[in-house]
Design a protein around this ligand. Structure first.
Ligand code: PAF
Length: 284
């Protein structure tokens, strides 16, 4: 496995692969790999001939009071794990190379970026779409894999690719969960034992909404209250949002149906912000 840090070297590698007729599959990440990331790599390997994993903690998608400085990092271990998955290249650029002095261009998917996490984290999705566009230009992948845990991010990337005719296939990987239901996330490492228990309020809230929906409760205002009560019954939890939205438009819906997605963001002890989501008819 090669580790490339220079954008120019990355571009040159990709050009060679394309001349050889290889299909490149990209997995964009911020590192600190867990089973969820490894599953994305496996999916990429099933679809492409050569897998590139980008590993870059993107400063422009963090707000001023967010966790950029303490975001968990484990570069050596990550490279080992990626190597074991048969990844061809880990692309780990420096921030100064991605955003040299004078950098001033932003890619923005206006409407889809405003709601849900976009409302709580202004500028976050512009940071994501800008870095992902840059990665797409540098790596020139045929396809890229994103996790459904960041459902809004996935919708925004799909929109960007369509709107800007990027010609890259976007593959979605289902949420990977711990045996007790907690969605895997690099940020789970911040949780102490008590907070880890409270983190189950998210998957529990989704399970509750599903079971109420299956029993015929379709009014999302009522469903929302039930989910809120459930989440707040765990110590230290505060709800950032509970939203029942249409899975395609991400617009809120009053009456749930099989296209309805429940999206949640919950802060625990005001320190760790977790997100989760699920279709009301789904299981993942
Ligand atoms: O999902 C993430 O880890 C990041 O938002 C991404 C897509 C790698 C962009 O920095």
């Amino acid at each position: 496995m090669e580790i490339l840090t220079s954008p120019g070297a990355m571009r040159a590698w990709s050009r060679e692969q394309r001349v050889l007729g290889k299909k490149i599959a990209l997995v964009p990440t911020m590192g600190f790999f867990h089973q969820g990331h490894l599953s994305l790599m496996r999916m990429a390997a099933r679809h492409g001939d050569a897998v590139v994993v980008s590993l870059f903690v993107n400063p422009i998608q963090f707000g001023p009071n967010e966790d950029l400085d303490r975001y968990p990092r484990s570069f050596t271990k990550d490279c080992e794990l990626a190597g074991q998955e048969g990844v061809a290249v880990v692309f780990a650029p420096e921030a100064a190379d991605m955003y040299p002095a004078g950098f001033q261009t932003t890619v923005s998917v206006e409407q889809l970026s405003r709601s849900l996490c976009g409302a709580d984290r202004p500028g976050h999705f512009n940071g994501v779409t800008t870095v992902v566009s840059k990665l797409f230009h540098l790596v020139q992948p045929d396809m890229a894999v994103f996790g459904q845990k960041d459902f809004q991010q996935l919708s925004i990337i799909r929109r960007m690719v369509r709107d800007l005719d990027m010609g890259i296939e976007i593959l979605a990987h289902p949420i990977v969960r711990e045996p007790d239901g907690l969605a895997m996330s690099s940020r789970n490492v911040y949780l102490n034992e008590q907070q880890r228990r409270s983190a189950l309020s998210l998957s529990g809230g989704i399970a509750l909404a599903r079971s109420l929906y299956t029993d015929g409760l379709l009014d999302t205002a009522v469903l929302k209250e039930k989910v809120r009560e459930h989440i707040l019954s765990y110590p230290g939890t505060a709800v950032d949002y509970i939203s029942f939205v249409d899975r395609s438009s991400l617009e809120p819906v009053d009456r749930a149906d099989q296209e309805t997605l429940l999206a949640l963001a919950v802060s625990i002890d005001g320190r760790v912000r977790l997100i989760d989501n699920g279709l009301l008819v789904g299981t993942g």
